[in-house]
Design a binder for this molecule. Structure first.
Ligand code: FAD
Ligand code: AMP
Length: 475
């Protein structure tokens, strides 16, 4: 017999789980949200990877380091001379911690205001939607839900012979907490996290070497975008070595010797810190009892259908724990869609229009298909692109690197994909997502009036360029 009963029990309080819990409470479901994360003072720290050791703190450090870089390298062009610039790393980290704490507190208030029962501790699913709750503070109990949502998220992968010690060899958690700028920093993996965290410490003065096993940088975007990115990263001094597969790392006397193989054979170099950013895996360990009825894939993800249904009745799974992009907004919208479907019969998320962003400088953002994917699928398309260097606003801001590229169906002109590298690409992509959600065409975007002078004019002109009628470039 259960100690407590709920309409919905959510295990995991990241952007997937907490958003689902709030939406469920809005729909008048009785909700229990279980999250095990605590801050340094032992207080609940809801918000998951995203808020505590992911999206939010990384963007705080990216913004701080961007200011530092701009003051040193870009202000003189505006006629601003700054004599002496120094970086207080401790203060930067403290600012980041404060932002995280503020948002942890905000979430706790939202749970209270929505009358969500919150348990700070571990949850484990048994048969018939019985959940064992082990609070950090207090007695264990069993709660049973009409529905259970698994939203346990993900954790960093490591590689054999590279042991994360949290000090010299770190994952994303340690890389957000360095107490000083490492003189030489190696990063394994030039994916999203490696590039973002590498950028932070490079801007603050580290000599950063990114070791990437693949021969191509960012194969998820088209070569024109990744080439532009490689060019800009090189200018910034990021030393990206492709085709470099790391095999081991050895710590001695506060240094780390990293060994990798590339086309010239085995190489080794010594660094002050090593960041392992080789991807993330579903955090399914310890989440399921043997009798839960929930099956995992061979990659440890919870197996779900397109509606996030697991193999156990009325048990759902969302976010980083399941297939699909490991992105906070995907997790949130997936959780909300499940809750709406089970409470109202209608809930939907369109996985084809999820925007991706890399918060480097310039930012890189994309949605939909790339040229390569369209060619593989045998879809005929027209492409239009436009450089920020031809926009008045980009030049006025002194941030004119990059371009917008729009891919539209050759027959009916429907927008199939957009890729942007450039200033505020993370914001500009939203207009393109809206257009795609509404099944818009490049002609639709081209006919919309865009304010002048703005960066969004590059989106407008790229849409015009699909039809070879951009105004501010030769077509
Ligand atoms: P999580 O955020 O991982 O939350 C799951 C929570 O459940 C965690 O708090 C965990 O401790 C808890 N939990 C797990 N098991 C249990 C259990 N058994 N009982 C109780 N609690 C449990 N995404 C973006 O969209 N934009 C970005 O800019 C971005 N930047 C990132 C930067 C970094 C450095 C990293 C590491 C990730 C970044 N991501 C970003 C990815 C994003 O953080 C994840 O996609 C997102 O957090 C997934 O949300 P989730 O709710 O599925 O899981
Ligand atoms: P992401 O999946 O975006 O987090 O990126 C992780 C990156 O790490 C991928 O580009 C992988 O190719 C890269 N990677 C994985 N293992 C290794 C390794 N042993 N050495 C170098 N790069 C690696």
């Amino acid at each position: 017999m259960a100690d407590k009963e709920f309409d919905l029990i959510v295990i995991g309080g990241g952007p997937g789980g907490y958003a689902a819990a709030i939406r469920a409470a809005q729909l008048e479901l009785k909700v229990l949200l279980i999250d095990d994360r605590q801050d340094d003072n032992g207080k609940p720290a809801p918000g998951g990877t995203c808020l505590n050791v992911g999206c939010v703190p990384s963007k705080a450090l990216l913004d701080s380091s961007k200011h530092f870089h701009h003051i040193q390298h870009d202000y003189t062009a505006h006629g601003i001379n700054v004599e002496k610039v120094s970086m207080d790393v401790g203060k930067m980290i403290e600012r980041k911690r404060k932002i995280v704490k503020q948002l942890n507190g905000g979430l706790m208030q939202l749970f209270k205001a929505n009358k969500i029962e919150f348990a700070n501790g571990r949850g484990k699913l048994f048969s018939d939607r019985q959940v064992e709750v082990r609070p950090h503070d207090g007695e264990n109990y069993i709660a049973v839900g009409k529905h259970v949502m698994l939203a346990a998220g993900s954790e960093a992968f490591s590689i054999p012979n590279v042991e994360i010690d949290g000090k010299i060899i770190v994952d994303n958690i340690g890389a957000l907490e360095f107490d000083a700028v490492p003189e030489r920093l190696a990063v394994i993996g030039a994916g999203v996290i490696g590039l973002e965290m590498g950028s932070v410490w490079r801007r603050l003065g580290s000599e950063v070497v990114l070791l990437e096993a693949m021969d191509d940088l960012l194969p998820v975007v088209d070569p024109d975008i990744s080439k532009a990115a490689a060019r800009e990263f090189k200018k910034q001094g990021l030393d990206i070595r492709l085709g470099a597969k790391v095999s081991s790392a050895e710590v001695s006397e506060d240094k780390v010797k990293v060994t990798w193989s590339d086309k010239n054979g085995e190489q080794s170099e010594t660094f002050d810190r090593l960041l392992v950013a080789v991807g993330r895996k579903a955090a399914s360990e310890g989440l399921l009892a043997d009798d839960s009825g929930v099956e995992l894939t061979d990659r440890g993800q919870v197996k779900v259908d397109e509606d996030c249904r697991t193999t156990a009745e009325n048990v759902w799974a969302i976010g980083d724990l399941v297939r699909g992009p490991m992105l906070a907004h995907k997790a949130s919208e997936e959780g909300i869609a499940v809750v709406e479907a089970l409470a109202t019969g209608h809930g939907h998320i369109n996985l084809d229009t999820i925007p991706w962003v890399i918060y480097t400088d310039p930012e890189i953002a994309w949605v939909g298909k790339t040229e390569k994917q369209l060619k593989e699928d045998g879809i005929e398309f027209r492409a239009g692109s436009f450089p920020f260097a031809a926009t008045g606003r980009g030049l006025a801001m002194g941030e004119a690197a990059g371009h917008v590229k729009i891919l539209a169906d050759a027959e009916d002109d429907r927008i199939l994909g957009v890729q942007i590298i450039g200033p505020t690409a993370s914001e500009l992509i939203a207009e393109c997502v809206v257009a795609m959600e509404f099944a818009g065409s490049s002609e639709d975007l081209a006919r919309i009036v865009h304010a002048h002078p703005t960066l969004s004019e590059a989106v407008h002109e790229a849409a015009l360029a699909v039809d070879k009628r951009a105004i501010h470039k030769t077509n």
